[in-house]
Unconditional design. Structure first.
Lengths: 283, 335, 335
């Protein structure tokens, strides 16, 4: 398609596409893992990378490569849940606030702004401590979702605000279109591209937070994610003991993932923005 | 009155855009030959998107990418000689600006820095010209100019957002004329203003022109304003001048079919007949029709119109037209 | 005055309300989560191997309930909660019994403030200035290179970036210490030796925060400046021959700063969290480490104290930043 071809001109899109293909392949491979990630001592411990164990093994006696596939898969799942749910909330809040205006708008924006201002990290620490036992992928995802919608709700709201003033709105209203139908059919096409790029950003944010919470020990450490892998590595003093393959795997995977997601969202949103799409030819 | 103060020769300025690999060329100014004289108001009229603003930018020698000067020259008459401004350096151009030629842009409403008081903006513009003035002197010059033009005395203490749109327009015009330039280029100075304020702006321009006895090149699609202030009018269509004459002739006996449409669409006192405007819409400047660009909409279209582009020829003294209806080769071509 | 009414008062009301909302949320969390905090506390104590006699259990439950503030109905608790807050009584640390939470925070706070304020200042100012220049000269090579650099750094969360730096500089290349605020056993004095020691230990966390903050500011400012550059008043000033340094300073950057100030206010919460996380990675003895230790030892009172203090502190900081905005934007000062 022409769109894809145009996107591939951007080196950032190429890089992120490549990285994401690798990451998704890893995640997919997890379904074929010869080892159960929850079992310890499946293989000899602390072995360097070799032909048998491509990324070596860790102090729990697990093959790092296969644990990594699960870690990637789970981190992606958590972030997808978080990002999708928070998109839904953001769209609902943004649309209602933008279209209704008045006091509904003010209350919703107040809540949204407060979420931006309050140090969410600390609140999440408190929450995580309280629900520690119930923590699994879905719970963590939902928790992140509840805190992740605020910024984008504001963006969507301003899109709606500007659309509301346009002529086609008045036409639709005058011709009797119901509010919900109006907002959904007419406005969504404008908002969808932004929602998509914020989805990607939100996923990145969610993974970042997941890793941070995991490293603080606030999640279920038995579920392999990028964060829990790192936590285990640190707990077992992998740095001091020079077991670089254990530490570097989650770190490098995480680094690649963050950069890829960010570059993906930037290249897509720059492509969608007509101002940046037309490049200028210098004299 | 015999040598033009501003002259263009075969001026061609196009926008070259790179849209993700494919190039698109917008022929905004496509071979324009103009001669504008001292102490006159020259109006340029035409629909939106015909290239008027680009022509002004070229006249002001403000051609920047993606706008490119493809061909032609622009001459100013300074101190007895002609200067080819298209070949000047940025520094030399800067010297001419504001003292010799200045610009009142479209949307004058928002051309002032919102975080600076007007007096600071004025100082910034003045500072780069004749910098042997002290700040005190500059301030006095600014104040005197403001009062001369009938604006409130201490308006320079205000911030732009505190003024109404019309007032900001007038302040911008004052700013453009503060160094008494020989040529003032105005781009749609009355658009987006209500009628009462429009009159104020037009009056202001008239006063300035009379006092300074200089040249004003005025672009607007509002034919009423043209009639009010212009001495001569050039009609622009699809990047070319298609007719040029005195205001009386243009309004009284327009020759080119497009001009006829323009004039006929104006409401006349007492005439209740239906106003007719040109059918169809103006062509895209990146995809012009062959031959005469107006031929798809022209009621008198002939075969030759679809094949060859008519040149701007002199029909009578002070009246030039670019149309095959003038007859082929019967009159002297303009040099 | 209009300004006070339209800007100041709503802002102050918002300040109070946000703090109220935050504190209420902190109040609600332990009370609406499925776990009974007292019981889970006891569970944790047991897991650590302390044995309890049956009789002592009741006493401990009572004490814990009192410390958690869980006696009485929810409304009673809410009142008591606010009462304690206003008295500045955050209770005692569970772990470092009976040291008060206030005391522990007071010891850690200067470290955090020192780190946070310096890095924030440096990264914000340098990010804005360099980003602004890069946005203005966006075609130059150095601008593009810096952009790529920032592109790589910006998406990284504080934790990962800090950790990567740790790996690089304290492990791969051993230039800096791995943990601590000062060398073991060093006594805080105002000698140059001690200060040097502190700076050496603070170097990595400071570097981490500064670079990350810089990358974000750089990219955002570059984008803003690129937009401001296209604004009419900048174009007009260029046309009018205003000197370039004035354009960059007074026209571009002064206007581009405005959204950055608002942006700073909105991101203070994130920056603060980031600082805490960075401290944890480097074992820097600020609020971050205090938080970490509290998490590990389930010192709930400590965590609550830090959170409440942070909410009030950050909201106040945001209020201050918001109140400086009118100083820069006359449109808000004079409505």
């Amino acid at each position: 398609m022409k769109t894809l071809r145009d996107l591939f001109r951007d080196y950032r899109f190429c890089f992120s596409f490549g990285v994401l293909v690798i990451i998704l392949t890893l995640a997919f491979l997890s379904f074929f893992s010869p080892y159960d990630p929850t079992l310890w001592n499946a293989v000899p411990r602390d072995m360097k990378p070799s032909v048998e164990h491509w990324l070596g093994t860790d102090s729990n006696g697990q093959d790092i490569f296969w644990v990594a596939t699960f870690a990637v898969r789970n981190s992606l799942i958590i972030s997808l849940i978080a990002a999708l749910i928070s998109r839904v909330i953001a769209i609902l809040v943004g649309m209602v606030a933008g279209y209704k205006g008045g006091s509904t708008d003010r209350v919703l924006m107040f809540i949204s702004d407060s979420l931006l201002v309050i140090p969410l990290f600390l609140i999440m620490v408190m929450l995580a401590m309280m629900v520690r036992e119930y923590m699994n992928l879905v719970v963590l995802g939902v928790m992140l979702a509840v805190f992740g919608w605020a910024w984008d709700a504001r963006t969507i709201r301003s899109i709606i605000l500007s659309l509301r003033e346009r002529e086609f709105t008045q036409t639709a209203v005058l011709s009797g279109t119901g509010t919900v139908k109006l907002v959904w059919n007419e406005y969504m096409p404008f908002a969808t591209p932004f929602v998509f790029s914020t989805l990607i950003n939100n996923m990145s944010w969610a993974i970042g937070l997941e890793i941070t919470l995991a490293f603080l020990g606030l999640v279920d450490l038995n579920i392999p994610t990028l964060g829990t892998m790192l936590n285990w590595a640190i707990t077992y003093q992998a740095i001091l003991l020079g077991r670089w393959w254990w530490v570097l795997t989650p770190v490098i995977l995480a680094l690649l993932l963050f950069i890829a997601l960010y570059w993906l969202s930037v290249s897509i949103s720059e492509y969608l923005d007509p101002r940046t799409r037309i490049q200028r030819v210098g004299a | 009155m015999n040598m033009p103060i501003l002259r263009t020769e075969k001026l061609k300025a196009h926008y070259v855009l790179d849209m993700r690999g494919t190039q698109k060329v917008v022929k905004a100014v496509d071979e324009v030959n103009l001669e504008i004289y001292e102490n006159e108001v020259y109006g340029i009229a035409g629909e939106s998107g015909c290239g008027k603003t680009t022509l002004l930018k070229a006249l002001f020698a403000a051609i920047e990418p993606p706008l490119r000067l493809i061909d032609g020259k622009v001459y100013y008459r300074t101190n007895g000689g002609e200067t080819d401004v298209t070949s000047l350096s940025a520094g030399e151009k800067r010297e001419l600006r504001w003292e010799y030629i200045s610009y009142v842009p479209q949307g004058s409403m928002s051309v002032l820095n919102p975080v600076l008081k007007l007096k600071e903006s004025y100082q910034d513009f003045l500072a780069s010209h004749a910098s042997n003035r002290t700040q005190e002197e500059a301030r006095e010059i600014a104040k005197k100019h403001i009062v001369d033009l009938g604006l409130p005395r201490n308006i320079l203490e205000a911030y732009p957002h505190q003024l109404s749109g019309g007032m900001r327009q007038r302040v911008t015009i004052a700013l453009a004329t503060i160094l008494r330039p020989r040529i003032i280029i105005c781009d749609e100075p009355t658009t987006a203003l209500d009628v009462v304020v429009q009159r104020g702006v037009v009056q202001l321009l008239k006063v300035i022109q009379k006092n300074l006895e200089n040249t004003i090149v005025l672009v607007t699609h509002d034919m009423g304003v043209q009639a009010n202030i212009a001495d001569r009018v050039g009609i622009m269509y699809a990047g070319k001048i298609v007719e040029e004459s005195t205001t009386e002739k243009i309004y009284g006996k327009p020759f080119h079919p497009y001009t006829q449409y323009l004039i006929n669409s104006l409401p006349k006192f007492g005439d209740k007949s239906v106003r007719e405007s040109a059918p169809g819409s103006p062509p895209s400047l990146s995809n012009l029709p062959s031959g005469c660009s107006f031929h798809p909409r022209c009621p008198h279209v002939m075969n030759i119109c679809t094949e060859q582009t008519p040149e701007l020829i002199r029909l009578e003294s002070n009246h030039r037209v670019a149309c095959w209806l003038t007859g082929d080769g019967e009159n002297d071509k303009d040099s | 005055m209009n300004f006070v009414k339209q800007y100041l008062i709503p802002r102050l009301i918002q300040y109070v309300l946000v703090i109220w909302l935050g504190i209420t949320v902190v109040f609600l969390i332990p009370r609406i989560t499925p776990n009974d905090p007292v019981m889970s506390m006891i569970g944790m104590m047991r897991a650590r191997g302390s044995t309890l006699e049956p009789g002592a259990m009741d006493g401990i439950i009572r004490d814990l309930t009192e410390m958690y503030g869980l006696e009485g109905s929810w409304l009673d608790q809410y009142w008591a909660f606010w009462g304690r807050l206003f008295r500045g009584d955050f209770g005692v640390s569970f772990f470092q019994f009976p040291t008060s939470v206030n005391q522990l925070i007071a010891t850690a706070l200067p470290w955090t403030l020192g780190l946070l304020l310096t890095t924030l200042l440096i990264s914000w100012i340098s990010g804005n200035i360099i980003g602004g220049l890069a946005g203005y000269y966006s075609r130059k090579g150095w601008s593009r290179t810096l952009d790529v650099f920032a592109m790589v750094i910006r998406p990284l969360p504080y934790y990962i970036f800090a950790f990567t730096l740790l790996l690089l500089f304290a492990w791969v290349v051993r230039w800096f210490p791995i943990t601590g605020g000062a060398s073991m056993g060093a006594i805080p004095t105002f000698t140059w030796a001690y200060i040097k020691d502190v700076l050496w230990h603070a170097a990595l966390p400071a570097l981490s925060l500064t670079i990350l903050g810089w990358a974000v500011n750089f990219q955002i400012m570059k984008l803003i400046v690129q937009n401001v550059n296209a604004e009419s008043f900048v174009q007009y000033a260029k046309m009018g021959g205003v000197t370039e340094d004035r354009i960059v300073g007074k026209y571009v950057i002064r206007n581009a700063m405005l959204p950055q100030i608002t942006g700073l206010a909105l991101s203070l919460g994130q920056i603060f969290s980031g600082a805490l996380i960075t401290e944890i990675v480097f074992g820097y003895p600020g609020l971050g480490m205090l938080l970490y230790n509290s998490i590990v030892r389930a010192d709930y009172n400590m965590i609550m104290g830090i959170t409440l203090l942070s909410i009030v502190g950050i909201s106040t900081a945001i209020l201050i930043v918001d109140l400086t905005y009118p100083l820069f934007d006359p449109r808000v000062r004079y409505t």
